[in-house]
Design a binder for this molecule. Structure first.
Ligand code: ADP
Ligand code: MG
Length: 344
């Protein structure tokens, strides 16, 4: 049934991009000065998980590079590379193809980029709300010709940590906001993946529409659910996905996406997650912070936790928050606590 597993990978860059013309146009407009040899406008993409932010950023750069061959370009995932030095290191490697020793100083990296970039270049800073300190945005500003596409879940998560010197400079960047997809768009995205990756007749329109409805506007969730449904049907020796498998496939896909996210967590987020795994019924903010602080060698402040790490876990649907007598209570998503409640 599966012909090409590559089209179901999270980093697969589809062509064309479905239903995001306005967003694509805004980003390609920001990049347009590069076609005339000038520095592009900086642009921010904001929105929840699974709505095509990374895809649109990469597709806009792909389009640009079809127009202007070999525009220097680097992609940095700030969730993995969250320090100033790591970001600059990634940019030096990607943008100017520098071969670098394992660790170079920040000033050496900046010099390298400056002396090797002889025209406009563009950097995607994905998951930019995970940067530890935003000094690096100032560094990038000082590099002639360089512009960036910054991606984050919410504007306030990003600006929480900025110092004024940087805020004033980046506040002029374009902002493009992404909402969750409608069911029809998700169905169309799924239908193209099915056409590219599955054998003929493997899935019918009702099944695709059903997956779309249950995926709540999140394309990552929907594509994973289709992939899981293929796996489940194959295990039963079937050549097509029956509708009865859809609900389980969606539920398993949620678990799979969550598992992948957990593997990306930084040490602070991981400590929080572990604390919540152990705590039945969730924890109020104060308790959660106290247990996190005990567990982590180098804990951040409560404010930083509240403004950076906890929202990230929430955006990626790992934890949920409810109000409990005037304070926030955090608990894990997808954990069934009902079993621990004695039957009445
Ligand atoms: N408009 C779209 N057309 C086709 N595929 C899409 C579209 N938007 C998202 N996807 C797919 O959905 C998944 C998640 O998209 P992604 O851009 O990574 O979301 P985000 O960065 O907002 O979390 C990827 O596999 C991507 O290829
Ligand atoms: Mg993304």
């Amino acid at each position: 049934m599966l012909r090409d597993g590559e089209v179901f990978r999270d980093d697969h860059l589809p062509d064309p991009i479905v239903g995001r013309n306005r967003h694509m146009n805004e980003v390609t407009d920001a990049l347009a000065p590069i076609e005339d040899g000038f520095r592009a406008e900086n642009v921010f993409l904001f929105g929840p998980s699974g709505v095509g932010k990374t895809t649109v950023a990469k597709a806009a750069v792909r389009e640009l590079r079809r127009e202007v061959l070999e525009v220097p370009y680097a992609y940095v995932n700030c969730w993995q590379d969250h320090t100033r030095n790591r970001v600059l290191d990634q940019i030096a490697r990607g943008l100017v193809g520098a071969t670098l020793p394992r660790s170079s100083s920040t000033s050496r990296l900046i010099d390298l980029i400056k002396s090797n970039l002889h025209g406009p270049g563009v950097v995607i800073l994905d998951e930019a709300d995970q940067l530890r300190g935003t000094e690096v945005l100032y560094d990038l500003h000082e590099i002639r010709g360089l512009s960036w596409i910054g991606i984050a879940n919410r504007e306030i998560d990003l600006f929480a940590d900025l110092d004024d010197r940087i805020t004033s400079r980046i506040s002029v960047a374009y902002r493009v906001r992404f909402d969750t997809y409608g069911e029809d768009t998700i169905t169309e995205i799924l239908s193209r993946r099915a056409r590219d990756g599955l054998g003929p007749g493997a899935v019918n329109d009702d099944v695709l529409a059903r997956i779309a409805r249950l995926s709540e506007g999140d394309a990552r969730q929907a594509i994973t659910a289709l992939r899981v449904a293929v796996r489940m049907a194959s295990q039963e020796g079937l050549a097509a996905i029956p509708e009865r498998l859809v609900e389980d496939a969606v539920r398993n896909a949620e678990q799979e996406v969550r598992q992948k996210t957990i593997s990306k967590l930084n040490t602070h987020q991981r400590a929080l997650h572990e604390v919540l795994v152990e705590a039945e019924g969730g924890l109020i903010q104060k308790e959660l912070y106290a247990r996190y602080e005990e567990r982590h060698d180098d804990p951040v402040t409560l404010r930083y936790l509240r403004e950076n790490h906890l929202p990230k876990l929430e955006h990626y649907n790992l934890i949920e928050v409810e109000w409990d007598r005037g304070t926030k209570r955090y608990s894990l998503v997808g954990v069934d606590h009902s079993e621990s409640t004695p039957e009445l």
